[in-house]
Design a protein around this ligand. Structure first.
Ligand code: PMP
Length: 414
């Protein structure tokens, strides 16, 4: 029989960074086959905001399967789909006075971004889409063309066309990054020469936990309106409560033309994505964008259950409390370990420490794994230790994880 290392040597996967076989998980904890416990500060890259094996979601799934509920149904009407649509309108869109058409573009984050890029081009009849430095929007040709990571772009093997990258907020020292955008648009002329859309993450997840300022987001929206360009917010990672509100753009009071959601929209880590489109831009004929796995009924069940967290402000308040604890801990680590040359980043429970010493962030994450904490790097040079715990984590879990982190930092700085 092959050893784990032999098997994994033929596979390209996360298992290289976290070399063990995980067996079970609950809430913010995972266990491997040796029974070792790990605290999860990764949360399935943001797909597990409500934790592993949430008891209510688990119960609903079991009941549904036991009564022979339909599993696969493309985009047909089913009870779980109907219930999700009703609740999403009632709990999420209506109270926020948001009017969107909802479409299911396919199972993943990349699928929702791809659909957003297509619809923006179709309704404007223009080609170019503006994106930002260090943005991450997905791995297919279209979504990769608006992704700022040059290493990932090289994976396509061809030039990626019809996109223009602009400096993201705070990425041009002593310069107003939006002046750059405005002058580009002024020079683009008018009508069909203009870009179709601007796409952005309010907090760049893969790009290094770079949080745009509220005023910056408001100004981007104003510029989009002035030049008649669509604004797409990719809330695949920053959405579903990650930054403290259901949509990450809520504090800015902006109303994007298109919103991309995936990862935690499914509630329990099941594949699901939705694209929200302002009604006037819902111009696809039936069949112009389809796909086999658009209506995962198990995901609709857990997604509907997840919406219950948003009926009151309790969950939001809980996230803000944990976020403040995390922020304070990060601040004290930066002060206590000047060797890290660290910088605090992020918003809500999407935070990080940029470690300005080459290779050190990766070493910290490896050491943390040995000590029972799952934490990942992000940023163009893997320079950021990124904290993405499940949002339901309690004070004890957060502080336990942070203790492991601090011990790991001490060890690698020895
Ligand atoms: N957009 C953002 C902001 C993301 O963080 C990701 C995934 N990290 C994607 C799109 C792509 O999602 P998926 O991996 O599910 O295709």
């Amino acid at each position: 029989m092959k050893t784990f290392e032999e098997l994994e040597s033929a596979v390209r996967s996360y298992s290289r960074g976290w070399p063990t076989v995980f067996e079970k998980a609950k809430g913010y904890r995972l266990w491997d086959t040796a029974g070792k416990e790990y605290i999860d500060f990764f949360a399935g890259a943001g797909a597990l905001n409500y934790g592993h094996n949430n008891a209510d979601m688990q119960q609903k799934l079991i009941e549904y399967i036991e009564r022979d509920g339909i599993l696969h149904s493309l985009d047909m009407g089913t009870t779980p789909r109907k219930e999700f649509l009703e609740k999403f309108q009632e709990i999420i869109l209506k109270p926020r006075e948001l009017d969107y058409k909802i479409m299911f573009p396919g199972p993943t984050g990349t699928n929702t971004v791809e659909s957003a890029l297509k619809i923006a081009r179709k309704v404007t009849q223009r080609q170019t889409v503006i994106s930002f430095t260090n943005a991450f929007h997905g791995m297919t040709i279209g979504s990769l063309s608006v992704t700022g990571n040059s290493f990932k772009r090289k994976g396509a093997g061809i030039p990626l066309n019809h996109s223009v990258s602009m400096p993201f907020d705070q990425f041009m020292e002593n310069q107003e990054t939006l002046a750059y955008l405005e002058s580009y648009l002024e020079e683009s002329g008018s009508g069909l020469d203009l870009p179709a859309a601007v796409i952005l993450e309010t907090v760049q997840g893969e790009g290094g936990i770079n949080a745009a300022r509220i005023e910056w987001l408001q100004k981007v929206e104003e510029i989009c309106r002035r030049f008649d360009i669509l604004l797409i917010v990719d809330d695949v990672q920053a959405g579903c409560g990650r930054t403290g509100t259901f949509f990450s753009f809520e504090p800015a009071g902006i109303k994007p033309d298109i919103v991309c959601l995936s990862k935690s929209i499914g509630g329990a880590g099941l594949p699901m994505a939705i694209t929200l489109i302002k009604p006037e831009y819902d111009q696809w004929e039936p069949g112009e964008h389809n796909g086999t796995f658009r209506g995962n009924n198990l995901a609709f069940i857990t997604a509907t259950e997840a919406l219950n967290y948003w009926v009151t402000d309790d969950f939001s308040n809980h996230i803000h409390e944990r976020a403040a604890e995390l922020k304070a801990a990060i601040q004290s680590i930066i002060e206590n370990y000047p060797e890290l040359n660290g910088e605090a980043r992020g918003r809500g429970l999407m935070q990080g420490i940029a470690v300005n010493v080459e290779g050190l962030a990766t070493k910290i994450c490896s050491e943390a794994f040995e000590r029972g904490l799952i934490v990942e790097t992000s940023g163009p040079k893997d320079e950021v230790v990124k904290f993405l715990p499940p949002l339901m984590i309690d004070e004890e879990g957060l502080s336990k994880g942070l203790c492991i982190l601090e011990d790991s930092i001490k060890e690698v700085l020895k």
